[in-house]
Ligand binder design. Structure first.
Ligand code: ACO
Length: 320
């Protein structure tokens, strides 16, 4: 009614609800919501000036070719909040199909014809889930197919990871780990990682000076339609095992892990320690010597703090 139309709240929507994300395939669309939209629509995550605003952002589930459309019931005449320009700014330039759904479907179907998974030489792990085969590949942004796919999917770091920002794609140090369903070629999730040189000095256990590399997990995500099926654990273990094999990597770290990631990391690190039989080798004498901790920690390539936390959990678990 006219009276309610005068109230500002009837023209204000949460950008987290207005943005509707979807993955599309032959069977239809899976829709889900972003956790964060402040990097695109501002800290208050509110959009003023529209009624029943829907910001539709769809991706082909194989090529991630993006589609954008805006729908609303009404718009205030003097509003210059341009929801489209703001979204397009964080999507690859010239790549997004706006409004024309038929053109978008044609475009991704054509792209699918030549869409290939990374080469066999990039394969670092494989697993089966619910009868489907998945492979984790280690790739980098010098590969133009990877670069294209990454440009399209990196917007999900903004939508799903708090305080995420885009990585510098011209920095050749970035290594990406990507998990694909090899049957339908859909990417279920990925992680960006970087190896940093670290000067050890006398800090090192054997006290000979050396520089070593720290493998850092920077952004890590499983796309919402594929979450809670163990893909996160598989991806994390694939990265970890890759770095266990890599003699240049001294320890594995994680940039700003959130609670969910901490839980995933603890579960998998604990399992790795447990399976190794370390529980039976924990010295009886307390406090446990720094030397023992350092030897074990470095064998498992865990950070000292993380290793100590896990040790406490193991002690609790095995003593109960
Ligand atoms: N069947 C049913 N449930 C399962 C199965 C299975 N086969 N396997 C695991 N689960 C359960 C786990 O027990 C776990 O339960 P919990 O949440 O109660 O502890 C849950 O599913 C999640 O475990 P996974 O499936 O291994 O993890 P998932 O694939 O869902 O990935 C992640 C977890 C990465 C946090 C994902 O939810 C995500 O991407 N979230 C959004 C982005 C994000 O938060 N990323 C981390 C930011 S921090 C950083 O980037 C460094």
């Amino acid at each position: 009614d006219e009276a309610s139309d005068l109230r500002p709240e009837s023209w204000t929507v949460s950008s987290n609800t207005a943005v509707r994300l979807s993955f599309v395939d032959e069977e239809g669309a899976v829709q889900f919501s972003p956790t964060f939209t402040y990097p695109i629509y501002g800290d208050s995550e509110q959009i003023f000036g529209y009624k029943d605003l829907q910001i539709l952002l769809a991706f082909d589930s194989v090529t991630f070719k993006p589609f954008f459309n805006v729908k609303y019931e009404a718009k205030l005449a003097d509003i210059d909040e341009d929801v489209q320009t703001k979204a397009l700014k964080v999507l690859p330039e010239g790549d997004v199909v706006v409004k024309d759904e038929i053109a978008w479907v044609d475009a991704f179907n054509k792209e699918r014809e030549s869409f290939d998974l990374p080469g066999e030489d990039k394969k670092i792990a494989s697993y089966n889930r619910e009868g489907q085969d998945f492979v984790v590949y280690r790739v980098d942004l010098r590969d133009k197919n990877v670069r294209k796919l990454h440009r399209r999917m990196q917007i999900f770091t903004l939508f799903l990871i708090e305080s995420a920002s885009y990585i510098d794609e011209h920095d050749e140090g970035w290594e990406l780990y990507m998990s694909f369903n090899t049957g339908n070629k859909k990417c279920v999730g990925y992680s960006t990682t970087y190896k940093y040189w670290k000067y050890m000095g006398a800090e090192s256990f054997d006290s000979t000076e050396k520089t070593v590399q720290t493998g850092k997990i920077s952004q890590f995500l499983i796309f919402p339609p594929y979450q809670s099926k163990g893909h996160g654990s598989e991806l994390y273990n694939a990265i970890f095992n890759d770095w266990i094999k890599d003699t240049s990597v001294f320890e594995v770290t994680v940039e700003d892990p959130n609670e969910e990631f901490d839980s995933l990391r603890d579960r998998n690190d604990l399992k790795r320690l447990y399976v190794s039989g370390i529980a039976n080798k924990i010295p009886q004498e307390l406090p446990i010597s720094d030397e023992w901790i350092e030897t074990q920690r470095s064998a498992f390539k865990l950070e000292k703090r993380q290793f100590q936390r896990l040790l406490e959990m193991l002690l609790l678990y095995t003593s109960s």
